[in-house]
Design a protein around this ligand. Structure first.
Ligand code: IPE
Ligand code: IPE
Ligand code: MG
Length: 253
């Protein structure tokens, strides 16, 4: 299977740099392992989420600094509501304080902040912060950061199908207009390139409903024994180097 696995120490070789490397235009990150990170330290899961949120900031800025054009981070899935209410509550509080800071924090980095997922499930306060982040960053020209919150790939595809069906019902389009491009154009990521590289720390070999349509030809790098709060800038660069070594064929020879 074409999955790159990094061991514990491989992220610190420091032997290679990104000089001259063709970068992925769009990186997706499944920020997984916060709970286990906390458990290992005898801390509540909430502390893991706090550490994960801090690392999100570091890695996002680093992506922007090295010239990545699009970054999509998976912060909360449509299935994560199944978690104990206290954990969901803690995550919502964390999102709130983070989004308050993000308005200032990503300004210097020139980052365009967007949210993908069904926002209607969030509190009015959180929805207002989401809108404020999008609004105040929309005219920036740097990296586009998609924060996937209450995001599910299946939910996104159903939403796209409904939007397209509505146009057909209204007589605006015919069956022949329902193309792959039409589906892409009705996803949350409309107008953006598909992810080239998807990174998942914490050693889970699954997609967990992340960017299902968009990842058709993404390269996966799974990090076996690194949990998200410990995922470093150097590890990110090693994932990019691993990506650069891959031979992408897109079904061709
Ligand atoms: C990812 O870390 C954060 C969210 C899903 C919100 P987890 O909370 O899934 O951490 P593990 O997988 O239990 O270690
Ligand atoms: C995926 O991680 C979602 C996020 C990282 C936000 P999960 O921890 O929810 O995935 P599963 O349950 O292990 O598949
Ligand atoms: Mg998890």
């Amino acid at each position: 299977m074409a999955i790159g696995i990094f061991g514990k120490n491989k992220g610190s070789s420091g032997a290679k740099t990104l000089d001259g490397v063709i970068l992925p235009e769009h990186i997706g990150i499944i920020m997984d392992g916060n709970g286990r990170w906390a458990k290992k330290r005898g801390l509540p899961r909430k502390a893991g989420h706090r550490a994960g949120a801090k690392n999100f900031r570091t890695i996002t800025k680093h992506c922007a600094n090295i010239g990545i054009k699009y970054l999509t981070v998976y912060a909360f899935s449509t299935e994560n509501w199944k978690r104990p209410e206290s954990e969901v509550q803690a995550l919502m509080e964390l999102f709130k304080s983070y989004l308050e800071e993000a308005i200032r924090d990503f300004k210097d980095e020139d980052i365009v902040v967007r949210f993908i997922g069904d926002k209607t499930a969030f509190s009015p306060e959180l929805q207002a912060l989401i809108r404020e982040n999008e609004e105040c960053s929309k005219d920036r020209s740097g990296m586009v950061l998609n924060i996937a919150m209450n995001y599910g790939g299946r939910d996104e595809i159903v939403r796209a199908a409904k939007r397209i069906a509505q146009r057909a019902v209204d007589g605006e389009i015919s069956l022949d207009d329902i193309t792959e491009q039409a589906v892409s154009d009705n996803l949350y990521t409309a107008g953006q390139p598909d992810p080239d590289l998807i990174i998942r720390p914490s050693g889970e070999y699954r997609i967990s409903n992340f960017l299902l349509w968009q990842s058709a030809y993404a390269e996966y790098v799974i990090l076996d024994d690194v949990l998200w709060p410990d995922f470093s800038k150097e590890m990110l660069e090693n994932c990019i180097l691993e990506y650069a070594r891959r031979n992408r064929r897109f079904g061709s020879v």
